[in-house]
Ligand binder design. Structure first.
Ligand SMILES: Cc1cc2nc3c(=O)[nH]c(=O)nc-3n(C[C@H](O)[C@H](O)[C@H](O)COP(=O)(O)OP(=O)(O)OC[C@H]3O[C@@H](n4cnc5c(N)ncnc54)[C@H](O)[C@@H]3O)c2cc1C
Length: 402
């Protein structure tokens, strides 16, 4: 018997209780593994995010949670949310009011969901807990501990009570600890990329004309994302290229966000009664390059496995799907003692995500060249087939036949 949760030995320690960590922990516990999930934050915690789940994320949640529609269980759990039926991409040259618009519906019974991340993440943690996962909040993973080249445990520190770091014994570790993953750093697997972007994100009430679509407004080095998240609120996220721009925005964040929105003729009227609720969160830079997502005794999932840019809103899908792929690989590695299943996870994740990652990079880079960008939007917008293909590619989903 162990005297406290951190004194026990585990099959798997999962660092991070975002969507990737909670889903992975629950899947492992359902297969009989003894799992400890630790998170450095006190919960519920906000996460800088556009708070829009794309159709692929919604379908993955439905597959993982008893085949039920995600909007049904969100309703049952009294989590306010909005159903998203597509997106609208608006672009204008700096200082110009002429806008080019490309709109797409997800179609084929596909839909996305907008909701507060702390409520979604809290629900996912609860499901992990119900499956038998031991969860410790305010507990940070500091580093991995190796002995003779073999992983034997992790060093964790409980935050806020002045306690010294302590060792937790485990056979495997999963890093689900986000962009700045301590697990990836400790294994010397990650580095920052060249993309220097930062973002401010807030929730607003009183915005008129929200249509059930994710709206994007692209101009120069800024992108505004706007999406309904239920309960009469919308999430507004402004991503800025160049960290210098961020320094300017960081003072008076709320006023900055409002002035960014009101620069768009199409938003001025709609923001007439808009008010920010709660804090404005700042984050960045985002790009994180990871050499490998699996080593002997260790995997990386979600943002910890690498991240590029939030513009296309695919991060939550990748967090959920990578956890779904990693779970059977970790179980096989636990049962056989062989590293092969973890290598399979590394390859499979790459195979599944590399096409959409390439597209994401193309979109980010094309958006730097104003004329080319708007000409591209016009060409795609003139063809229903091209618009639908783009919509399908960034929705990470399949048609649903009911
Ligand atoms: C500005 C912005 C907007 C975005 N908008 C969208 C969007 O609209 N749609 C979408 O799909 N994606 C969006 N994303 C991406 C999305 O937020 C992430 O991809 C998603 O949250 C990844 O989930 P995760 O579980 O991997 O990590 P996270 O949700 O980041 O969770 C990681 C957890 O690890 C914990 N942690 C960190 N370090 C440690 C440690 N050392 N020890 C223990 N715990 C630790 C943190 O407290 C956190 O709870 C956006 C991202 C940004 C930055």
């Amino acid at each position: 018997m162990c005297s406290g949760t951190l004194e026990c030995a585990y099959d798997v320690v999962v660092a991070g209780a975002g969507p990737a960590g909670s889903v992975l922990s629950r899947l492992l516990a359902l297969q009989g593994a003894k799992v400890l999930m630790v998170d450095a934050a006190p919960f519920p915690r906000r996460k800088p995010c556009g708070e829009s789940l794309n159709p692929g994320a919604v379908q993955t949640l439905s597959r993982l949670y008893d085949g039920r529609q995600a909007d049904e269980w969100l309703h049952e759990a009294s989590i306010p949310h909005s159903v998203l039926n597509g997106w609208q991409l608006n672009s204008a040259a700096v200082g110009s009011s002429r806008m080019t618009t490309l709109a797409a519906s997800y179609g084929d019974n596909r839909y996305g969901i907008g909701c507060k991340r702390e409520l979604l993440d809290g629900w996912l943690i609860e499901q992990a807990y119900r499956a038998g996962v031991v969860f410790e909040e305010k507990t940070r993973l500091e580093r991995l501990i190796w002995e003779k080249g073999r992983l034997i445990g992790v060093e964790v520190r409980r935050l806020g009570d002045g306690q010294r770091p302590q060792m937790v014994r485990t056979q495997m570790v999963a890093g689900a600890d986000g962009i700045r993953s301590a697990v990836a750093r400790s294994a010397d697997l990650s580095r920052f990329g060249k993309l220097r972007k930062a973002a401010l994100t807030a929730r607003l009430n009183g915005i008129d004309g929200l249509s059930g679509k994710v709206e994007l407004y692209v101009s120069g080095d800024r992108v505004i994302g706007l999406a309904p998240i239920g309960g009469g609120l919308a999430n507004m996220t402004v991503a800025l290229r160049g960290l210098k721009a961020m320094e300017g925005a960081a003072t008076g964040k709320a006023a900055y966000l409002m002035s960014e929105a009101r620069q768009w003729e199409a938003l001025k009227e709609r923001f007439h009664h808009a008010e920010i609720e709660g804090d404005v969160l700042a984050c960045g830079p985002f790009e994180r390059i990871v050499r490998s997502t699996a080593l002997e005794g260790m995997v990386l999932v979600g943002d910890a496995a690498g991240y590029y840019d939030p513009m296309t809103g695919q991060g939550i899908y990748r967090a959920l799907r990578s956890a779904e792929l990693a779970a059977p690989a970790l179980m096989e590695a636990l049962q056989t003692g062989s590293h092969r299943a973890l290598q399979w996870y590394n390859r499979q994740r790459l195979t599944e995500f590399s096409g959409s990652l390439r597209l994401q990079k193309l979109i980010e880079q094309a958006s730097r060249y104003e004329r080319l960008w708007r000409a591209g939007l016009q060409v795609i917008g003139a063809s229903e087939a091209l618009t639908n293909r783009l919509a399908a590619a960034i929705s990470d989903s399949r048609p649903v036949h009911r």
